[in-house]
Design a protein around this ligand. Structure first.
Ligand code: NDP
Length: 328
């Protein structure tokens, strides 16, 4: 008999989540049937989308999310015992899964070589593919162009800036602390702006005297309004996320549409699963860049399944550099 721990969405989110929003429970896991497997979480992901997405679920649901898990028992030929899978099993330690059901299939992790398994939740998983496809396919960067990335020191942003450097662009990263800005410079960003202390508009003019060609937007709000004001004609904006308003009751995002018209800007929102048919291409390319020393990653690891809410709230409030993960 296997006992699973799971984090329940105990109270609807309102503002920044607190410990009251979560409740730890246990359940006995059912025996597996044909075409099912039982997996035990090794690393779990905490991501910004969980904050707005959970509002669609009733109180009492298990918290949603991805994890890297080890297959303990299996009656499915493609998920053998001992393999490691990436699956959207939620905040739970043990899961019985029929991988043929549901839209987002779990997949056995490809061989990461010497790299740690946890990267399957970061640079070699969903955030890595968000950076790879969301930047290259939507911004279509050209050598010599100027690229701005907001949320630059996070899981997605730190990769976007480095991919932009690989593509021969000038890169400006916007992040929330001097330490994060220093780290971004150490991994190749040309300029950084601490949005909490700097005059963003003035600093951006200095860093991008010829204007901005591509903007990868992770945050929305005031930062986006300022960057849009300095876009060049025919600039491209990849709208990845708007974390600046995820905790707001009524989002008060200033509308920068005027610039889109006058400058004929192209702005496009996306969900990374648009490229699910090419998912392994992104993982393989990012792994190759890591192995060639062109792509650096950083993880902020919270130890212990019991501490998942702390890791989640810490990430929402800027406590992470690079990908925030939970180690069971
Ligand atoms: P991060 O690793 O970047 O973590 C979140 C970071 O957001 C924090 O560390 C904090 O850094 C920053 N932040 C928090 N509040 C604010 C604020 N008010 N203004 C500016 N920055 C803030 O998360 P991810 O890389 O996983 O995600 C980044 C964005 O990408 C999110 O908006 C997310 O929803 C989106 N996303 C979209 C996907 C898609 O398919 N479209 C897929 C994956 C992610 P700091 O210290 O710099 O403030």
């Amino acid at each position: 008999m296997v006992l699973a721990k799971k984090w329940i969405y105990a109270k609807a989110f309102s503002g920044l989540p607190t410990a009251e929003n979560f409740r730890l429970e246990e359940e006995t896991v059912a025996a597996i049937k044909d075409n099912e497997f039982l997996a035990e979480a090794v690393f779990l992901s905490v991501d910004p989308y969980m904050r707005p997405y959970m509002l669609q679920y009733p109180v009492g649901s298990v918290m949603i999310g991805g994890q890297i898990a080890k297959v303990l028992e299996s009656k499915h030929p493609k998920y053998p015992v001992g393999s490691f899978v990436c699956g959207n099993f939620g905040w739970r330690t043990h899961t019985v899964c029929n991988p043929d059901e549901g839209e987002l299939k779990p997949y056995v992790l490809p061989d990461f070589g010497k790299e740690p398994l946890s990267l399957g939740l970061g640079v070699l998983g969903m955030p890595g593919n968000t950076a790879y496809f969301g930047f290259l396919e939507i911004c279509k960067p050209v050598v010599g162009e100027t690229v701005v990335v907001s949320g630059a020191a996070g899981a997605v942003g730190s990769l976007v800036g480095q991919i932009a450097k690989i593509k021969g662009c000038q890169v400006i990263g916007i992040a929330g602390t001097d330490e994060k800005c220093e780290w971004l410079k150490s991994i190749g960003f040309d300029h950084t702006i601490n949005y909490k202390t700097a005059d963003i508009g003035e600093e951006l003019k200095k860093a991008a005297p010829k204007g901005v060609d591509c903007y990868f937007d992770n945050v929305g709000g005031k930062i986006t309004e300022i960057v849009c004001g300095q876009m060049n004609v025919f600039g491209r904006i990849s709208v990845c996320g708007t974390i600046s308003n995820y905790n707001s009751e009524a989002a008060k995002v200033t509308d920068p549409q005027r610039d889109y018209v006058w400058k004929q800007l192209k702005q496009e929102g996306f969900l990374v699963y648009r490229w699910k048919a090419r998912y392994m291409e992104g993982i393989e390319q990012n792994l190759k860049w890591i192995q060639e020393g062109k792509l650096k990653y950083h993880e902020t690891v919270t130890e212990g399944f019991e501490n998942m809410p702390d890791g989640f709230i810490g990430m929402l409030t800027g406590g992470n550099t690079g990908k925030a993960v939970i180690k069971v």
